[in-house]
Design a protein around this ligand. Structure first.
Ligand SMILES: [Zn+2]
Length: 669
């Protein structure tokens, strides 16, 4: 029997960094891996030196003391090929049971067909050893490849039956941010897979993803718990060692470019931390370790130092983003950003989200989606009459509380542009008649328009429809009120937080006693409104707010209104995550972050009332043009004019109504 010391030496020899046969994953890949034409822009023999930073990703797998590797990356940085190489290495060189996971079975099937099968076909070393495996689990949740000494099991994270299996030595978990939280009631799919590896002392777990939502990003959590490395490069001018950054600590973009009107970048350079201008053609040389590039942790230790001296706990993390990509130019990166930020300004943040996730390799902070209060408040403007030119339709949204009714009147125009006309609080016991009479008065009020008729009088508008919340304390009162005024299109509504498919149902439910009740989808509407509140330039999708004055003509601070309007935030539901639709509205709930949110509710209900009318705005405008003269020299005709905001010349501010001021002030006291 060997002494403990001899045994330890023997064990360490077995665990040597360079495995028997003297090949690491990158060496295997450089020697044997062939990139297929259908899956690669550069088909043919794999060359690690084309992606120098990826050598570490592959060879860290060979370190006997690292059991888990985390890759938090953007796309376009060869992450998938690294996984494929690792997979090929274990199939041919170090055969064992391997599990490859994609978010869903469907995606796994596609991945298997488009990436794994061509790799095996075109890499002779793999083609010689691999055969297809018939699925053993009748429900077809796995795909398999067999080889002497092991098998490759390809599964979707959305099927527990595929994940629960025989022992596995190597788990390659791709795109973990798109895995469900819970699979078939059996818990976290990644944990289910990792549990399979516990019988192997030489297990390897590779976890990769582009991040998705901040606070809910799996890869971000895994990366935080790893020994973290970033890729440092040297400035060709001043030699300073640094990472590529999108923005520096002062919020300055480090890529500086000039763009033309169509969003094409005409010149670009990267600003070194010492201010040198680095030209795009210098990037590739900077990535080369021969020019000083290397992976460093936050203590300034290199990866090899940390691995050689075992200054880690077995989990190594790498972070990289598209600025490092040998394939994606900085100009293309900037152009994608220009497009995304233009769309975000127009109220559609989806492309920007995708840019942040897939190009910057960062998670998206949903806080970005919440309009900021100061921004909204500071853009309040003086309307030239109660109803500005563009507002072609008025609706009201009424929130009911035991001691008051809150009512917002909104004007709606072409291409989603809208105007808050008025917000009124009617104080009073809502189980008594008085406050309802006041509401009736308000909802039948005439509002003066900025437009004048052919005879020179101001056009007058009344409220076209109203939605009144019957989901709260006063359901019966609301039903009675709306029943009595059915001809006015005053609708009793209730919010359906989940499962709603439209802003407001087309057919109401008839209640006992004859009242009609419409279901409203508040989350659907809030998605739209929050996007629209992010639009910063007047025009399509822009939300206008009036300045508010007291009786003496002094401007009143209206912060409370804007606080209420932004009183909720979108947050992710814990369950029923749909990886096909990670950003879909069905995945979210709106949570109150402030107690009072009536202004938001009122806007939601007014929006529902507008939707109920299914207005044809171009047609409304056409009709109005028939009997109205055009305002001054501004043409607001069949098309949206470039500039329709005339200089202020109307002193009446909120017209003759004044109620917004007084009642709002009352409401705040
Ligand atoms: Zn420099």
């Amino acid at each position: 029997m060997a002494s403990p010391r001899a045994y330890k030496l023997f064990q360490e020899a077995c665990n040597a960094v360079i495995p028997a046969g003297g090949m690491t994953v990158s060496e295997w890949s450089d020697k044997k891996r062939v990139l297929s034409a259908e899956a690669s822009a550069e088909p043919g023999q794999w060359r690690t030196r084309r992606v120098p930073y990826a050598r570490a990703w592959m060879d860290t797998v060979n370190d006997p003391y690292v059991h888990t590797e985390v890759l938090k990356t953007s796309s376009q940085v060869a992450k998938s090929e690294t996984i494929n190489n690792t997979c090929g290495y274990f199939i041919e060189f170090d055969p064992c049971p391997i599990m490859l996971i994609q978010p869903t079975i469907d995606r796994m099937k596609e991945y298997s067909k488009k990436r794994i099968a061509p790799m095996i076909r075109d890499t002779p070393a793999l083609a010689a050893v691999v055969s297809d495996e018939k699925s053993r689990d009748g429900d077809n949740t796995t795909l398999g490849k067999s080889f002497v000494g092991g098998h490759l099991k390809m599964v979707g994270a959305n099927a527990a039956s595929g994940l629960a299996s025989d022992p596995i030595r190597v788990v390659l978990a791709d795109e973990v941010d798109r895995y469900p939280r819970d699979v078939d009631g059996e818990g976290d799919p990644l944990s289910l897979a990792i549990v399979r590896t516990t019988t192997f002392s030489n297990r390897k777990i590779v976890i990769t993803s582009t991040p998705t939502i901040k606070g809910a990003s799996r890869i971000e959590t895994e990366f935080e718990h790893s020994h973290q490395f970033k890729y440092y490069v040297r400035c060709p001018q001043c030699d300073a060692l640094q990472t590529f950054k999108w923005k520096d600590d002062q919020g300055q973009y480090r890529l500086v470019w000039e763009e033309n009107e169509s969003g094409k970048v005409t010149s670009i350079h990267y600003v070194c931390e010492n201010g040198c201008a680095i030209e795009p053609h210098q990037k590739l040389r900077m990535l080369d370790p021969d020019n000083g590039a290397d992976w460093y942790d936050k203590n300034g230790d290199t990866l090899s130092d940390v691995l050689d001296n075992r200054k880690h706990s077995g989990v190594i993390g790498f972070e990289i983003w598209a600025a490092y990509s040998p394939w994606l130019g900085w100009n293309e990166l900037a152009e994608r950003f220009i497009k995304a930020s233009r769309e975000a300004k127009a109220g559609n943040p989806e492309t920007l989200k995708t840019f942040v996730n897939t190009m910057l390799g960062e998670s998206w902070d949903t806080k970005n989606e919440r309009p900021d209060i100061e921004g909204l408040e500071s853009r309040a403007e003086d309307y030239e009459a109660d109803v500005p030119l563009g507002a072609l339709l008025l609706t009201a949204g009424v929130d009911t509380q035991p001691n008051r009714l809150e009512c917002s009147i909104w004007g709606w125009g072409l291409e989603g542009e809208c105007w808050l006309i008025y917000h009124e609080i009617l104080w009073g016991d809502t189980s008594k008649q008085q406050v309802w009479s006041e509401l009736e008065e308000l909802l039948t009020e005439e509002f003066k328009c900025e437009r004048t008729t052919a005879t020179g009088e101001r056009l007058v508008r009344t409220i076209d429809a109203a939605c009144i919340d019957a989901g709260g304390h006063n359901a019966e009162d609301v039903k009675n009120f709306t029943k009595a005024h059915r001809g006015n299109k005053w609708l009793a509504i209730f919010g359906r937080a989940t499962g709603a498919k439209e802003a407001i149902t087309t057919k109401p439910t008839r209640m006992q006693g004859g009242a009609l009740l419409w279901a409203v989808g508040p989350n659907i509407i809030k998605d739209k409104l929050f996007a629209t509140l992010k639009v910063t330039d007047p025009g399509p999708g822009y939300v206008h707010f009036p300045k508010v004055y007291d009786e003496d003509g002094k401007e009143v601070e209206n912060t409370e209104y804007f606080k209420q309007l932004t009183a909720e935030k979108r947050s992710r539901k814990q369950k029923k995550f749909d990886p096909k639709d990670p950003f879909g509205h069905s995945q979210y709930l709106y949570k109150k972050i402030r107690e009072r949110n009536e202004a938001l509710d009122c806007m939601v209900y007014a929006y529902a009332a507008k939707e109920h009318l299914r207005p044809n705005f171009p047609e409304l405008l056409r009709k109005e043009n028939l009997h109205c003269v055009k305002q001054s020299d501004t043409v607001y005709g069949d098309v949206v004019p470039e500039k329709k905001y005339r200089p202020r010349d109307y002193a009446g501010k909120m017209g003759g109504t004044g109620g917004f001021v007084s009642s709002w002030s009352k409401g705040r006291n």
